[in-house]
Design a protein around this ligand. Structure first.
Ligand SMILES: *[C@@H]1O[C@H](CO)[C@@H](O)[C@H](O)[C@H]1NC(C)=O
Ligand SMILES: *[C@@H]1O[C@H](CO)[C@@H](O)[C@H](O)[C@H]1NC(C)=O
Ligand SMILES: *[C@@H]1O[C@H](CO)[C@@H](O)[C@H](O)[C@H]1NC(C)=O
Length: 368
């Protein structure tokens, strides 16, 4: 994720894997999905988001042609995608970082009733899944905030356990060279999928879903860190972000902090359910982009070409731009199905404008 380098020829490979991950990660925690090609994941995701019986409109797909740009594919150059080895386990709402030619994928739902507590490692040079090791038992299993400095991986808060269980405020660091973990001071509040980045020597954590999993949090905190260690005992409160909510891309590029897309609202635990059964709640997806360049005053810059959520681990900084692959957009207004985003977006850091540079579709078919 190094900034300002020419686009490497091998970018397509990491991006392809990021796409696969994104598709797997964004699928809602409804049921297990075995390893399968993206097209099938997308089909599963759509059907898995079908609302309760009776609300579904038969043949809703037919009206796709009349819908606006949010629901249709934007014109995009076709990219050639290469299928990579499937991940050892499916992961919904897990986390991922790339360090050199290794991709570390953490946690995630295997099914709605089962969560993973281990890390799988993919080597982009050998194109194989090479390693597997455990996460600390106390660490969250999904909806983590995560960022790496190139050696240490910071894993922040998240949901502990399956279904729609509570979030925790505990934070952990992995030294990828020694495979040792240790704990950082806890956040003032627990949260779901907060935007997380390292910026100017501090670990920044902001937004996310509040304790009820649905209400967007606006809080931002930071902690001075160096080489995986906290330099302070407590998190510092920072100027809150204007819009909160989970599943946003949080990127540092050219010494500016960007928070991109995401959503307000999420599945919540059914009140009184002993298993914290997930029930769907109203969600709104955004394409808004917020930027900090002086540390205290948020500025809004050009929004994404369409609302896009679940993109926290689906971006890369390359060629003086932020490239975002896939995600989820607003649900279909008639069928209420989740719509996956097929476009690859580029945010040019020079002009601060977006363009559509590619498409993740493997076939010529349009999504509903
Ligand atoms: C890099 O960015 C420039 C514009 O800033 C663009 O013209 C060029 O095509 C990009 N290169 C690649 C390989 O995408
Ligand atoms: C498409 O429709 C949605 C929902 O009505 C609206 O919020 C959005 O602004 C529209 N987008 C465009 C590009 O017109
Ligand atoms: C990835 O695989 C290549 C080819 O087998 C190997 O040379 C390299 O050391 C591996 N990378 C790491 C970081 O283990």
């Amino acid at each position: 994720m190094a900034a300002s380098r020419p686009l490497p020829l091998r970018l397509a490979v990491p991006l392809a894997l990021a796409l696969l991950l994104a598709l797997v990660l964004v699928a809602p925690p409804r049921r297990a999905a075995g390893p399968r090609p993206p097209a099938r994941v997308s089909a599963l995701s759509s059907s898995a988001r079908t609302p309760a019986k009776g609300k579904r409109t038969k043949g809703g797909e037919r009206v796709t042609g009349h819908l606006n740009a949010t629901y249709a594919d934007l014109p995009a150059p076709r990219w050639d995608w290469e299928e990579m080895p499937a991940a050892p386990v499916p992961r919904l709402d897990g986390a991922a970082v790339q360090i050199g030619d290794l991709l570390y994928v953490f946690a995630g739902y295997g099914s709605l009733d089962h969560v993973h507590s281990h890390v799988d490692v993919y080597n982009f040079t050998s194109n194989t899944w090479t390693e597997r090791f455990d996460m600390p038992k106390e660490m969250a299993h999904s909806h983590l905030g995560m960022v790496s400095d190139g050696r240490y991986v910071y894993a922040v808060s998240g949901q502990y356990g399956p279904q729609c269980r509570a979030s925790i405020n505990r934070n952990f660091v992995l030294d990828t060279q020694t495979k040792k973990w240790h704990e950082l001071p806890p956040l003032p509040l627990p949260g779901y999928a907060p935007a997380t980045q390292l910026w100017r020597g501090r670990l920044h954590v902001m937004g996310g879903g509040k304790e009820d999993r649905h209400e967007p949090g606006l809080e931002r905190w930071s902690l001075a860190v160096k080489d995986g260690k906290a330099l302070e005992n407590e998190w510092r409160a920072e100027v809150p972000i204007p819009r909160g909510g989970p599943h946003r891309a949080c990127v540092v590029a050219n010494d500016k902090l960007f928070v991109i897309g995401g959503q307000e609202g999420d599945f919540m635990a059914k009140p009184g359910s002993p298993i914290f059964k997930c029930v769907r709640r109203h969600e709104v997806v955004y394409g808004d982009v917020y930027m900090l360049d002086d540390g205290s005053k948020w500025k809004q810059v050009s929004p994404m070409p369409k609302p896009d959520s679940h993109i926290e681990f689906a971006w890369v900084v390359v060629n003086n731009s932020i490239v975002v692959v896939g995600g989820t957009t607003e649900k279909h207004p008639i069928t209420k199905k989740m719509i996956l985003v097929g476009e690859v977006f580029r945010f040019d850091l020079e002009t601060m404008t977006w363009s559509v540079i590619g498409c993740t579709k493997l076939s010529g078919s349009r999504q509903p």
